[in-house]
Design a protein around this ligand. Structure first.
Ligand SMILES: [Zn+2]
Length: 113
């Protein structure tokens, strides 16, 4: 039986195989680190921008309007609505606002497109 311990020099095929394994491992580690950095960057950006006006950067204040909490900027006087809040404020009538909402609705939830 041949011993696993040997003083023979590894073949080029063996060297290439282990080099490929190491390169693959380092590539996966780099991809994992990049994903971690992106998640960290996204979390930091969210923490920095959450409840701040996208137009002027001032802190947003919540105001109760028609039983919906909307975000108001007292810096530039803008109003900001979360997803679905405009529909809740406007109700289900057939006026201008529902037609406008229909136009801006994403294609996946708009069966007429
Ligand atoms: Zn503002």
């Amino acid at each position: 039986m041949k011993s696993l311990l040997t003083t023979e020099k590894p073949s080029q095929h063996e060297v290439d195989y282990f080099l490929g394994v190491e390169i693959d491992l380092r590539r996966r580690l780099a991809e994992q680190r990049r994903a971690e950095l992106e998640a960290e960057e996204q979390r930091a950006a969210r923490e920095l921008h959450y409840m701040h006006c996208p137009k002027c950067g001032m802190r947003l204040e919540e105001i109760l309007l028609s039983d919906v909490r909307i975000d108001k900027c007292f810096g530039c006087h803008g109003l900001w609505l979360d997803d679905g809040e405009l529909e809740r404020i406007s109700g289900k009538d057939t006026g201008f606002l529902p037609r406008l909402l229909h136009l801006f609705r994403p294609a996946a939830s708009n069966p007429s497109q």
